[in-house]
Design a binder for this molecule. Structure first.
Ligand SMILES: NC(=O)c1ccc[n+]([C@@H]2O[C@H](COP(=O)([O-])OP(=O)(O)OC[C@H]3O[C@@H](n4cnc5c(N)ncnc54)[C@H](OP(=O)(O)O)[C@@H]3O)[C@@H](O)[C@H]2O)c1
Length: 335
């Protein structure tokens, strides 16, 4: 196998105060001198997942783990192909793997930090950054384990047209729920109603959103990806014993002031529960959640729309698109 003389990567140059800027990352091209040692493999990155948590981890304060360090390669879950292996490794060149590869064209990685991908029938490798990867696993654990969805319940989903949101909507529908969705454009709402099978989707950017929201049914589970004002509004629509599952709070990741939880008093009369969760704590559940997802995927009930940008240099722009509403489906950078 021959390798290029140089490869490219992005380092974190400075912490953004709000949206990321051209100064946030430093793009560099360096001589290729990567060589896997004992227990290591050399991986060539093929696809990078662009996730809201990447922006959160650029902030100086601790989120669900330590902030990213300046001067290091920008973090990202990715898919790549093994190009060379060191001693005592069971992966072989040509294997497809997933792991925290980062914004780099090549990386030497410890084998134990990588997962070998065996693509099931009917799927494509990219689905391991979508319904069969961390996205689908988040949806299963949030909705089924923490949400304890029961047949015939009503589910409300925010950030519903995004990667996790669309999987939650379809999974809930496949389990017999009536699903209401909130998303940021008429086009995304039409997709949710026509393709993802939700009962009704509401555009939170429309002038009559609050009026429309007041007319929907009360929910048993609110799967929240957004937080802030949408969370406050949702708490006005709970059924008895409602479960509010905090998956994310993207409305505050760019350093915005988070509005106070003004509607929390409704929790008491509804004996409701608010529960946040993080995949970081759930490694023991990954393989059983994956089996659920493969089952649903092969029945045709789970589909993911991909929004793919070409080339490593497009990664900063892609990250920003998660916050402007320009991303439309699971956002990916293809190298
Ligand atoms: N708990 C966990 O372990 C875990 C794991 C994975 C992801 N997450 C969380 O799950 C959420 C969704 O992640 P994802 O990867 O599926 O991203 P995504 O939904 O594909 O993309 C983010 C979407 O959020 C919406 N958005 C952005 N800013 C907003 C705002 N101020 N108010 C309302 N909506 C806004 C945008 O859609 P619109 O056009 O609809 O505005 C955007 O497309 C994130 O909060 C993420 O942090 C949590």
């Amino acid at each position: 196998m021959s390798f290029p003389e140089h490869y490219s990567r992005f380092l974190i140059a400075e912490r953004p105060n709000d949206i990321i800027t051209p100064e946030t990352f430093c793009f560099e091209t360096v001589p290729f001198s990567l060589q896997p040692g004992k227990g290591e493999v050399l991986v060539q990155t093929q696809y990078l997942s662009i996730d809201p948590a990447q922006r959160l981890l650029l902030n100086a304060d601790r989120a669900y783990r330590e902030p990213l360090e300046l001067g290091t390669v920008m973090t990202a879950i990715g898919l790549g192909v093994v190009r060379e292996v060191g001693e005592s490794v069971s992966l072989v060149p040509g294997d497809i793997v997933s792991g925290n590869l980062g914004w780099t064209e090549y990386i030497v990685f410890e084998e134990k930090g990588l997962q070998k991908i065996d693509v099931p029938q009917g799927a494509q490798v990219l689905d391991f950054l979508g319904p069969l990867g961390h996205i689908g696993i988040t949806a299963v654990i949030g909705l089924l384990d923490y949400g304890q969805l029961k047949l015939g319940e009503t589910v409300l989903v925010s950030g519903a047209a995004g990667a996790v949101g669309t999987i939650v909507c379809q999974l809930a529908k496949a389990r017999g729920a009536k699903v209401y969705a909130i998303a940021g454009s008429a086009e995304k709402c039409a997709y949710l109603e026509k393709e993802a099978g939700v009962h009704k989707a509401l555009n939170y950017k429309a002038p009559n959103f609050k009026e429309e929201f007041s007319t929907i049914e009360t929910f048993d589970i609110f799967f929240d990806n957004v937080g802030g004002e949408i969370l406050n509004l949702a708490l006005t629509k709970m059924n008895l014993h409602a479960r509010i599952i905090i998956c994310g709070a993207i409305s505050g990741y760019n350093g915005q002031e988070t509005p106070p939880l003004t509607t929390y008093r409704s929790l008491l009369p509804k004996r409701a529960r608010i529960q946040a969760f993080s995949l970081m704590d759930e490694a023991a559940r990954f393989s059983s959640a994956l089996q659920v997802l493969i089952g649903e995927f092969q029945k045709g009930t789970l589909r993911q729309k991909y929004h793919i940008l070409e080339g490593l240099p497009s990664a900063p722009k892609a990250l920003d698109m998660l916050f402007t509403g320009e991303s439309n489906g699971k956002l990916i950078v293809k190298l």
